[in-house]
Design a binder for this molecule. Structure first.
Ligand SMILES: Nc1ncnc2c1ncn2[C@@H]1O[C@H](COP(=O)(O)OP(=O)(O)OP(=O)(O)O)[C@@H](O)[C@H]1O
Ligand SMILES: [Mg+2]
Length: 342
């Protein structure tokens, strides 16, 4: 790492999270972290006034956690990008691979080629097997520009821009070649994102538009609660069937079942192509991972090992900070971004 400190900035639709790491130690150690409610409509707006408001909130957060004056690493949401694993390619040189990816991208990116940035990671390239597999990310240039514009309002510079699931993978699995093949379920406010990760590499991703906000909205609608009260009930009772006569459970269950069925579809899609590499565990991450009863509900339905994300696992931390690490699962992406090596 060229610099002593890094800043991971996760611009979520519910809250903005930031993590500062020191790279003077090995492993990197936690310097400070924090979150702030995201202004609404904030980053989802196209209005400069809203985007400037979002920028000010970011600045307030970074000031409050005493982040050093350095470029930040940020992520684009999965719902705004296009990703694909391409694994039916022969053995190719770098140059051949690049042109092949540009050609394949036309199939899965519904935008003209000059409107996206392409990035890829080689998963496997073998001459004897005459095979190349790559994970390809296409980011719309106007989305990238919007995020850069937001930073610019408060004179922040980007160090790097990547995707939320690449960051989550780095924080939760790292490049440990012995980690069991894992399904990461990132439960945000607007979306839930899925990534199958094997030996530190992403082999499959998916994003659906059902997240924590849909749960809160359902409680508010069906039980006639104000949104703030609905949010509170969700956090306290969640999927606990024996609470409040099962009322909250009944409202949330159909939505959680949608997320679960998507997880099952992802598992099946992966398993059908990777028979010899079964998914061994599921890690629930993001603010929504804290929903009471969620881990057990997943375990009972899927029969796999289910864990709640611990994004601080690979990070050094002193005792004083360690005692403050609550609601950790929401920091996964910010930690992963700060862990980026270059
Ligand atoms: N204890 C809890 N129980 C249930 N849900 C929770 C809890 N804490 C936070 N949440 C929910 O998690 C969501 C926020 O998670 P997160 O911070 O990961 O989202 P975000 O990054 O802001 O959103 P997105 O990634 O979708 O833009 C909210 O819907 C919030 O209600
Ligand atoms: Mg998020």
């Amino acid at each position: 790492m060229a610099q002593d400190y890094s800043i991971g900035l996760d611009i979520g639709s519910f809250s903005i999270k930031a993590v500062v790491l020191s790279h003077k130690t090995k492993p990197a150690s936690l310097v400070s972290f924090g979150s702030i409610a995201a202004p609404q409509p904030g980053i989802s707006s196209e209005n400069p006034f809203d985007l400037e408001g979002e920028a000010k909130a970011i600045k307030t957060l970074l000031t409050s956690i005493k982040a050093p004056d350095l470029p930040v690493v940020l992520a684009l949401p999965e719902s705004k990008i296009f990703t694909r694993v391409i694994n039916d390619l022969p053995f190719l040189s770098d140059e051949e691979l690049s042109s092949s990816i540009h050609y394949s991208a036309e199939e899965f990116v519904p935008l003209p080629a000059d409107q996206v940035n392409l990035y890829w990671q080689v998963i496997n390239r073998s001459k004897p097997q005459n095979n190349t597999s790559v994970f390809v990310v296409a980011s719309p240039k106007n989305t990238v520009n919007k995020y850069l514009q937001v930073l610019d309002y408060v004179k922040l510079k980007p160090q790097a821009l990547e995707t939320e699931l690449i960051a989550a993978t780095r924080a939760l699995v790292g490049n440990n070649p012995y980690a069991p093949t894992t399904l990461i379920v990132q439960l945000g406010s607007h979306s839930t994102d899925f990534a199958v990760v094997s030996k530190g590499l992403i082999l499959l991703t998916r994003s659906i538009g059902t997240g924590g906000m849909a749960l809160t909205r359902a409680i508010s609608q069906y039980l006639n609660f104000e949104p703030v009260q609905a949010e509170e009930y969700k956090k306290v009772y969640g999927l606990l069937e024996d609470q409040l006569g099962g009322k909250i459970y009944e409202v949330l269950k159909p939505l959680i079942d949608m997320i679960l069925s998507e997880a099952q579809r992802v598992i099946q899609a992966f398993q059908s192509k990777n028979v010899q590499n079964p998914i061994k565990r599921i890690v629930l991450s993001g603010g929504g991972a804290k929903l009471p009863g969620l881990v057990i509900y997943f375990a009972n339905t899927l029969g796999l090992e289910i864990q709640e994300a611990d994004p601080w696992y690979f990070i050094g931390k002193d005792k004083a900070l360690a005692s403050k690490l609550v609601d950790s699962a929401q920091y996964t992406i910010a930690v992963g971004l700060a862990l980026r090596e270059e």
